[in-house]
Design a binder for this molecule. Structure first.
Ligand code: CA
Length: 361
């Protein structure tokens, strides 16, 4: 076919659409949609809270401003730990939160964020996007009328701030530590006394000795709260949060009513927000750690006996839960298989590359 013929042929087939016939659905102007996003997080956690704003901005840009999402910080619309309920019952159309805040409903929701001795951020992404994780979690979230999407990751968190060094497992006995969730349960099995405090209450409790230790996030966020001024011993790794992933929640009924083009925009924006948060932490944490060390912070790895006892206690807890909680078992069994295989691969190649470059002079 001559180029000229092709062009005139194309024009001929296109012409009637605009003129005589009704536009197909895909070409009709899409409706204005306004959603509210309830975040679990305060604006002071700028990197985490910011994932909600990344999502909202991209969704608006992809839809010519017709799909608007307004982000509310934790406590503005609903309390930070009630986001799952608020989205499920339609108080907010969508939310930004963490599955492990809701383990009181079902311990299986923790796999949507992190469980002790679980996946790294990269492995969590692999499991979620390409290893069946999203589908497994969606089956559980459907019970709460919510659809979830990965929504950011901090990377491996730090083990926290200790007023005195921990030399061995025996030093955990009676230690009052701010550590919520499953990590706290395991610390209790090791003899510590876990406490759950919001971020703003940690510093004064640590300062007056009501706490001996506290975990928060990592160098960038911890530095802002000033823990290094009152507890010089900074431990690693945060074995309870090796790659904690946050999540965006959408009310199922609202999602089903959303035009397909908006669903696509929302989904692709969640992927951007998920990636962008980890990239920001990986850029912000290294200089923050250098600043902390420059101010006299002493870095210590957790003693090996602490790590071994914690890992043993963690898997005892999972096995016990799997015997009585079918929802948990349905996620835990394939998650464990994915984890074990991933670890075999990462310990061969990624670990060798990292170990040589980080440690061998
Ligand atoms: Ca933490």
């Amino acid at each position: 076919m001559q180029r000229r013929d092709f062009l005139s042929g194309a024009a001929a087939t296109l012409l009637p659409l605009g003129a005589a016939q009704a536009a197909p659905d895909a070409l009709k102007p899409l409706p204005a949609v306004r959603w509210r996003l309830a975040s679990s997080f305060p604006k002071s956690l700028d990197t985490i809270y910011g994932a909600g704003e990344t999502l909202a901005k991209r969704v608006a840009a992809l839809t010519g401003g017709r799909f608007q999402i307004r982000v509310f910080a934790g406590g503005e619309l609903v309390p930070g730990l009630q986001v799952l309920d608020a989205v499920g019952n339609g108080t907010a159309e969508c939310g930004h939160s963490a599955g492990y805040y809701y383990v009181g409903k079902n311990l299986g929701l923790a796999f949507d964020t992190a469980v002790p001795f679980g996946l790294t951020a990269r492995q969590q992404n692999a499991w979620m996007y390409a290893g069946g994780g999203i589908e497994l979690l969606r089956t559980l979230y459907a019970k709460y009328n919510v659809l979830q999407f990965p929504g950011g990751n901090t990377g491996a968190q730090m083990g926290g701030w200790f007023r005195k060094p921990i030399k061995s497992l025996a030093d955990l006995k009676g230690l009052k530590m701010r550590i919520p969730g499953i990590g706290g349960k395991i610390m209790a099995k090791l003899g510590a006394v876990p406490q759950t405090l919001p971020g703003s209450d940690i510093y004064p409790a640590l300062e007056r000795g009501a706490l001996d230790a506290a975990e928060w996030v990592g160098p960038y966020d911890d530095e802002k709260l000033g823990f290094h001024k009152i507890a010089k011993h900074y431990y690693y790794p945060g074995w309870w949060e090796g790659g904690p992933q946050l999540s965006f929640y959408v009310n199922q009924t609202v999602w089903q009513a959303l035009p397909e083009a908006y669903r696509q925009a929302f989904e692709v924006a969640t992927v951007e927000a998920n990636q962008s948060m980890l990239a920001q932490y990986d850029a912000k944490n290294p200089p923050a750690l250098l600043r902390l060390v420059g101010q006299g912070v002493q870095l210590h790895p957790f003693p090996k006996d602490v790590m071994l006892a914690a890992r043993r206690a963690a898997f005892e807890l999972y096995e016990a839960e799997a015997r009585t909680n079918a929802d948990f078992a349905a996620i835990y069994r394939p998650w464990k298989a994915f984890r074990d295989t991933a670890f075999q691969w990462f310990k061969v190649n990624e670990a060798a590359y990292a170990n040589f470059n980080y440690y061998v002079k």
